[in-house]
Design a protein around this ligand. Structure first.
Ligand code: BES
Ligand code: ZN
Ligand code: ZN
Length: 492
């Protein structure tokens, strides 16, 4: 669906050409494109300011049916993310118009002071992600995604960038897969259904698959995970996907929180806090989609993804506040609050991952705390790690993908707050302050010296209103970030 093209817009027929335009500088080098920008500015008063948009029909001297010009604003403020946004907006505009094919003119890298690969990546991501619609549950599908998006580049750039374009498309398809899982309502993704949905796709990609059902979790003493699942009719499970390319030495483990619905359990959440708790499996969705993407990309890195999957419900069989359970690693945990369930399922998965796979690095993703959203808002994830190199990798990957992360501390003395009078640990801090930190510190108790990073994605995993290149619902946050991080980790 995403391709490069060198179509000659003066001679060959083009249905729709999209041109990104800056307000203070010509950013294209192709003569016809420059002429079209000038014409649009002269005829319509179009300036190229941010989000401005204008359409020309059948401009003279070309065989183009429709030219859509999109404003980027000032050149010095134009970067990867503004290109992603304008490509996303342009695609949405074309979908509304009922179009099916578009060509996007890629600006000259030297003028934007960016690498061509960065431009292609950003325009490709914005347009492919902006082309995704979640309409499975609508009887009448009013909008249809575009069938083809082509990026117009110089003939000399095609061959070298073809692998990149296919990579961008594959990673975006992974992001979309995660989005669809997150947006799916909880009545259609009970733990067993969600697990099956993951394994069905993983099978096609020939990943190594293990599913531990409730029996097997009991046999293996996953006490914390089982305690969270105890209140639901749908039984918990653990899905493990392994991608093992030949020749890879180091294993990287990814762990994703998979709570298919978080009611809070006996510590039932108030109404306002329940409304998008179907998204509490976003970490698992991102991890599963990343593993599937790595297989499709034929990546060289060996990765294992672990997804503890459960539904957190109140019932006569549910775990009670004050109950004490024994985790996989043998320590006891006092469950002071049944709504702090994510950390319980994560620590069992983390201990199991470390014991079984002895990973070189372990990264977990989880919609873990409302406190992280209080600290960083809805668009930035909290990043916790004691490893400086991992912190660097997260920061660089986050900058490149615009899946933003901000590092928060892991102060040793705050661990005091997790002491229990009756058990080895308590699952919440004794004060409500610093909730994202105490949650991360709880996890840190189980990493056993392994290089580890925790990403609290409670904020950016879900949006209530559509943005430039993401519809309302799951955002697929983490897939692009993890793919980039894994690439960097394999060289470091
Ligand atoms: N799933 C929630 C965190 C969450 C909140 C995710 C809002 C997305 C949006 C998590 O399980 C939870 O309930 N955390 C509690 C912890 C508290 C009981 C210590 C919270 O953040 O309030
Ligand atoms: Zn909860
Ligand atoms: Zn939760």
């Amino acid at each position: 669906m995403l391709n490069l093209t060198t179509v000659d817009i003066t001679k060959e027929k083009v249905g729709t050409l999209v041109i990104p335009v800056c307000e203070d500088k010509e950013i294209h080098k192709q003569k016809t494109v420059i002429k079209l920008v000038k014409e649009a500015k002269r005829l319509t008063g179009f300036k190229g300011s941010s989000k401005e948009e204008v359409t020309l029909y059948r401009p003279s001297g070309t065989k183009i049916h429709r030219v859509i010009l999109f404003g980027l604003g000032q050149l010095k403020k134009t970067e990867g993310e503004s290109l992603r946004i304008s490509a996303g907006e342009a695609v949405k505009h074309c979908i509304k118009k009922g179009l099916s094919q578009i060509v996007i003119a890629v600006p000259a890298p030297e003028i934007l002071k960016m690498e061509l690969c960065e431009l292609i990546e950003a325009l490709g991501e914005g347009s492919v992600l902006g082309n995704h619609l979640f309409d499975k549950y609508k009887k009448e599908k009013k909008l249809k995604p575009l069938a083809s998006i082509r990026l117009l580049v110089q003939p000399s750039a095609v061959e070298a960038n073809e692998p990149l374009v296919s990579r961008v498309e594959t990673i975006c398809q992974g992001t979309i897969l995660a989005r669809d899982w997150v947006s799916m309502p909880s009545n259609d993704k009970k733990p067993d259904q969600f697990a099956r949905s993951i394994t069905q796709i993983a099978e096609k990609e020939k990943l190594n698959i293990t599913v531990m059902d409730e029996k097997s979790l009991k046999r293996n003493k996953f006490g914390a995970l089982l305690a969270v699942g105890a209140g639901s009719r749908s039984k918990p499970c653990m899905v493990i996907l392994e991608y093992r390319p030949a020749g890879a030495k180091k294993t990287i483990a990814l762990v994703g929180k998979g709570v298919t619905f978080d009611s809070g359990g006996i510590n039932l959440k108030p109404s306002g806090s329940l409304d998008h708790m179907k998204s509490d499996m976003s970490g698992a969705a991102a991890v599963a989609a990343t593993l599937i993407t790595l297989a499709r990309l034929k990546s060289k890195t060996r990765v294992v993804g672990l997804m503890p999957i459960v539904e957190n419900m109140p019932s006569a069989t549910a775990t009670r506040p004050g109950d004490i359970v024994t985790s996989f690693d043998g320590r006891t945990i006092e469950i002071a609050n049944t709504d702090a369930e994510g950390r319980l399922i994560l620590v069992d998965a983390i201990s199991y991952a470390i014991k079984t796979y002895k990973p070189h690095v372990l990264i977990d993703l989880a919609t873990l705390t409302g406190a992280c959203m209080v600290a960083l808002g809805q668009r930035i994830a909290g990043a916790f790690t004691m490893d400086e190199e991992l912190a660097q990798i997260i920061s660089k990957a986050s900058e490149r993908t615009h899946e933003r992360c901000w590092r928060l501390p892991l102060p040793e003395d705050y661990k005091e707050m997790l002491k229990s009078d009756f058990a080895d640990l308590r699952n919440i801090g004794d004060s409500r302050w610093g909730g994202a930190i105490t949650a991360a510190l709880f996890l840190s108790e189980f990493v056993d010296g392994t290089r580890w990073a925790h990403l609290d994605i409670a904020g950016p995993s879900y949006i209530k209103k559509q943005s430039a290149y993401c519809g309302a619902g799951g955002t697929g946050f983490g897939v692009r970030l993890l793919c980039r991080m894994l690439e960097m980790l394999s060289v470091s």
